[in-house]
Ligand binder design. Structure first.
Ligand code: CUA
Length: 354
């Protein structure tokens, strides 16, 4: 049976409502994502470093231009729909038919070309500003290597290897202290993204990508892997700890030391070295020289375990050592099937690695 004509406006209204709901959901989702957590530490609208500030200024200009275009187009459309709607008595005569207008066609060809040209120029300027930044010979350099699913962080000149937490000094009136990052991958493609510091840059196997950050405010900045890289992509979190130059120097000094050897941890050390932990982890100053997992020399100086999957607390550490698969399903650290006693001893040893 054909639907009666009177049903159509109802269907149209329902469709419009559905579209509006879908649009709202998409926009709300993006806004929530963009604003990140309530403390604002992943908020793309609150950049606290170059080049994120440069990117934000450019985005605001592009959004402003697009908003003007949207308002003009939507305004003309709304005006036309209302002004030239069908009125009573219109059925008899056809409205005047107009074929072409040179002025209007010129306008809607030339104007968009000019707008696109402006967008190309401002974007090229920002890209050049970011990409052509030269590193001074004494600039801080770090290598970030993406792994499934954690971040290896190396400071080649300083002889430091750590994981999941990048420490950098802040720039201030006394000097600019940018950090230049070399991005690599040990397995699949990852992406380094700390929204308040810089745009995202991919870590691609067999390739070196470069980026730099120059934060001016002290604090801990949160970021995520931003390229799907497998099961635990969502729990491949990164922290950038921005410190005063003095605090950063102190941190460097601590990290450069070999692992502490506390007598109280002797039993745990025996268990650790008797198990296959040493095949994957390095503890500088010991025979543990594995390269697959994070360097544990100063693991207690880090805020989280397993790239942000668990807090680095005694309870968190215990749960992690007992069964990594329960904390982070699919991670490469296996359940070593240790007894409670062994777990306690290893945890006691690991807690001395400050
Ligand atoms: Cu690494 Cu997603």
């Amino acid at each position: 049976m054909r639907p009666s004509l009177s049903l159509r406006p109802g269907i149209l209204r329902a469709l419009a409502l559905l579209c509006a709901c879908a649009a709202w959901l998409i926009i709300a989702g993006h806004v929530t994502q963009a604003f990140g957590n309530p403390s604002g530490t992943t908020n793309i609208f609150r950049p606290l470093s170059q080049p994120a500030q440069e990117v934000q200024e450019l985005s605001l200009l592009v959004i402003a231009i697009c908003t003007v275009i949207f308002l003009v187009v939507a305004g003309l459309l709304a005006y036309t729909i209302i002004r030239f709607r069908q009125r009573a008595g219109d059925e008899a005569s056809e409205p005047p038919q107009i074929y072409g207008s040179n002025q209007i066609e010129m306008a809607w060809t030339v104007l968009p070309i000019l707008i696109v040209f402006v967008l190309i120029l401002v974007t090229s300027r920002s890209i050049a500003n970011i990409q052509n930044r030269e590193a001074s010979p004494d600039a801080l350099r770090a290598t970030v290597i993406g792994h499934q699913w954690w971040w290896e962080i190396r400071y080649p000149k300083l002889g430091i290897v750590t994981a999941n937490e990048l420490h950098v000094p802040a720039s201030d009136a006394s000097g600019r202290r940018p950090t230049f990052l070399k991005l690599e991958s040990a397995d699949v493609a990852h992406s380094f993204w700390v929204p308040q510091l810089a745009g995202k840059t991919d870590l691609i196997p067999n390739r070196e990508n470069l980026m730099w950050i120059e934060p001016t405010e002290i604090g801990t900045y949160l970021g995520n892997c931003a390229e799907y890289c497998g099961t635990q992509h969502a729990r491949m979190l990164i922290r950038v700890v921005v410190q005063t130059p003095e605090e950063f120097e102190r941190w460097v000094g601590e990290q450069q030391q070999a692992a502490a050897e506390e007598a109280s941890a002797a039993e745990g050390r025996v268990v650790f070295f008797a198990n296959s932990c040493v095949n994957c982890h390095t503890i500088r100053g010991t025979t543990a020289q594995g390269m697959f997992g994070p360097d544990l020399t100063h693991m207690m100086s880090r805020q989280t375990l397993a790239s942000g999957a668990a807090p680095n607390t005694p309870a968190g550490l215990r749960a992690w050592v007992r069964d990594p698969q329960a904390v982070k399903v699919g991670c490469l650290m296996p359940n070593m099937q240790m007894t409670d006693e062994e777990v306690d001893k290893i945890v006691a040893y690991l807690q001395t690695l400050k």
